[in-house]
Each structure stands twice: as structure tokens, then as C-alpha cells.
Design a protein around this ligand. Structure first.
Ligand SMILES: [Zn+2]
Length: 382
């Protein structure tokens, strides 16, 4: 009921302010239901994964398997069981995306992508997990070494993601090739922001192959840093709206948010390595299920921490965007809010996320907050 009444109020004020996130009543209801599903499945998936790993620990699956198999095979089997157990939840998520029209990807294609993704992460884990456990067990400072290696791998992964990993799932083209007319307006944003992003680091992604969602993001590290705009976003936005989206990404780029994220993740991994050392000291036998349980639990519990940090970075990027757009459009706040409205309505952004969901799952401030921020923001310049 609360949702419906707020929805009607929001709809009623639609004509009055371009700074209020509004949806027609039927879409409002759908957006709320859609996010109930996604949130429910997120927590169900996490609970299921933790329960499966806890069961494997309780059944002493590690030591039993270790009697017959070497550590990498034990890791592969345990990860295979976790993957298989989680598959129904993953499938339910895809079903929700199809049902609410957010995905256009058929089931065989979805399954191929899911397997590909699991194979890449699984292959890495099968090698790294037993090696890390050996390191921590054999040497007093092994946990520090394991942490240092994990941090180096995170850095390498952030560098490699846009070059080697992302192209497994989507096609990317330099914006200068796919939309040459956009390069000059985006270069103008960089000029105003005082931060050059060369056109060779601007890309378009063919998201429309599998999705109806709209997005843009900054990715990569060092030589692989780039800004990617989804073709779905370019199709629905005007040039000033694409400029404001781009200015936000330049904010992430210029402020080194990927490096900051890695530093924060590295701090979390130090805690994980220290806890792993404590656990491994007290236990003998094959500990792969136990260590995976520890990492999964920490991963789940770190979600609200990582998301709070992300929300702070998003606010910094929004400020950067509103500053960079000064003088490019008559009213940067309004241009930003109108862009948010268009993108969020297509993405079925939740118009009324509760406080717990906002705290635990939101890596961006809720769209209504961002639009209100755009309305009240007073620029430093001009
Ligand atoms: Zn952002």
C-alpha cells in the first residue's frame, strides 16, 4: 500500500518538477516487484551458498576427498558443487530479467555465458586456493605473502578485465569508429573538466545484443583505463545527456576510483588472510571447504561496507559531472536529473528502496536522492 500511495504522489508531482523520479502507476508497481525479486534472490543465493559450504564442512568433505584426490581436484569438486547448487538461483534471476523485459538473452545463450564465467573464475580458484593454503600453512608470514599475491592479482585483474575478460561476453568498438560524431562533444567535456581522456579510451559496448538495460562505466587500470558507454544508452539520450553521463565517468577516471576500490578490497583481503591463518593453525586435514566458507561469509558481510564506499565515490563523480557540465548546457542540474529519469525508468530503478536494502545493496545513491542532489547542488565555478 505504501508503495502505491507514494507512487501516486510521485506521479502527481511529475509535471511540477523535473527533479523527481516518476513512473506511471503500472510501471511503478512493476519496478517495485522486480526489485523485490532481485533482492530476495540475492539473499537466497548467498544463504544457499553459505549453507552448502557449511554442510560440506560439517560432512568433512575436505578430508574425505583428500584421501583420494590432490588439492586442486578437491577445489574443483567443491567449487563444482557450489556452482551446481547455486544454478537454480542464477536461473531464477535470469527468469526474472526475462519476465520484466530487462534481458533479451535466450536460455542457451545465458547458460553458455554462465558456464564461461564460472569456468574462468573456477580455473583461477582451482590453482590459487590450494597454493594460498599451502603458503599460509608452511610459513609463519605466509598469510602476508598470500595477501600480497592476492592484491597483485587484483591489480592485474583490474588491468586485464576490459582487455581479456569483458570481450568474452560483449563486443566493444572504439567510439571514434562507431559514433565519430560523439567524439568532439565528449572531448569538449574533458576540456572543460581539465582532464584529458583520449578518444582511444572511449568505447561503445553492444549491450543491445542481450539486454534492454542502459549504462555507462569506467573500467581498467593504467594502460587499459577506458570509459564504456552502452549502445542502449546512446540510442535513447540526446548529445547533452550523453555528455553528462560521460562527465560522471570522467569523474571516476580522473579521481582514480578503480585504484581506490582495489586499495579498499586489499584491506579486506588482509583481514581474510589473517582469519584464514587463525583457522588453518587450529585445523588439520583438507581445509578447502572451510576456507571457501570463510571467504564466502566475508564476501557477503563486506557487501554493505563496499557499497557504502561505492556510494561515496558515486557522489564524488556526480559532483565532478555537475562541475564539468557548467557552461556546456544552460542548467547542468536539470540536464543531469532528466538523464537520470530517462535511464532509471528504462532500468526499472526501484522508486522506494527500504533503508536496509539501501544500506546493504546500493552501490549508487538511490536515483531519487541523486536527482534531488542535482537540484540543490551549487557549483564551485562560474
Ligand atoms: Zn558512477
Amino acid at each position: 500500500m505504501r508503495g502505491l500511495s507514494t507512487g501516486l504522489i510521485l506521479t502527481a508531482t511529475a509535471a511540477a518538477s523535473p527533479f523527481v523520479y516518476t513512473l506511471p502507476p503500472d510501471q511503478y508497481r512493476e519496478a517495485v516487484d522486480y526489485h523485490r525479486w532481485l533482492n530476495g534472490l540475492h539473499f537466497a543465493g548467498a544463504a544457499l551458498q553459505l549453507a552448502v559450504l557449511a554442510a560440506l564442512v560439517a560432512l568433512r568433505a575436505g578430508p574425505r576427498l583428500a584421501a583420494r584426490l590432490r588439492a586442486p581436484r578437491v577445489a574443483a569438486m567443491v567449487l563444482g558443487v557450489v556452482f551446481a547448487a547455486g544454478l537454480p538461483v542464477d536461473a531464477a534471476r535470469h527468469w526474472v530479467l526475462l519476465r520484466y523485459g530487462m534481458s533479451t538473452q535466450g536460455w542457451p545463450d545465458w547458460f553458455a555465458d554462465t558456464l564461461k564465467s564460472a569456468a574462468v573464475t573456477g580455473a583461477l580458484a582451482v590453482v590459487l586456493l590450494p597454493a594460498g593454503i599451502t603458503l599460509v600453512r608452511r610459513w609463519r608470514l605466509g598469510w602476508i605473502a598470500a595477501w600480497a599475491v592476492a592484491t597483485l592479482l587484483a591489480i592485474a585483474g583490474a588491468w586485464a578485465a576490459p582487455v581479456y575478460f569483458d570481450p568474452l561476453f560483449s563486443n566493444f568498438r572504439p567510439l571514434a569508429e562507431s559514433r565519430p560524431a560523439l567524439v568532439a562533444p565528449l572531448a569538449e567535456v574533458c576540456r572543460r573538466a581539465g582532464y584529458p581522456v583520449p578518444p582511444s579510451r572511449m568505447f561503445e559496448m553492444d549491450a543491445s545484443q542481450t539486454s534492454r538495460a542502459v549504462n555507462a562505466y569506467m573500467t581498467g587500470l593504467g594502460a587499459s583505463r577506458r570509459i564504456v558507454i552502452w549502445d542502449t544508452a546512446i540510442q535513447v539520450l540526446t548529445v547533452p545527456q550523453i555528455q553528462t553521463v560521460f562527465a560522471h565517468e570522467v569523474g571516476h577516471y580522473a579521481q582514480g576510483h578503480i585504484a581506490l576500490g582495489i586499495a579498499a578490497a586489499s584491506a579486506g583481503m588482509l583481514l581474510a588472510a589473517w582469519l584464514a591463518r587463525l583457522l588453518l593453525r587450529r585445523r588439520s586435514g583438507q581445509p578447502i571447504p572451510l576456507i571457501l566458507l570463510l571467504l564466502s561469509a566475508l564476501g557477503f558481510l563486506s557487501e554493505p561496507v563496499a557499497n557504502s564506499a561505492s556510494r561515496w565515490m558515486e557522489r564524488q563523480a556526480d559532483i565532478y559531472e555537475l562541475e564539468a557540465m557548467q557552461g556546456l548546457v544552460p542548467d547542468p542540474g536539470r540536464n543531469s536529473a532528466e538523464t537520470d529519469q530517462i535511464l532509471s525508468a528504462i532500468d526499472r530503478e526501484d522508486p522506494e528502496p527500504g533503508p536496509f536494502i539501501r544500506f546493504w545493496r546500493y552501490d549508487h545513491p538511490p536515483v531519487a536522492e541523486r536527482m534531488e542532489f542535482a537540484r540543490t547542488y551549487r557549483p564551485h565555478r562560474h
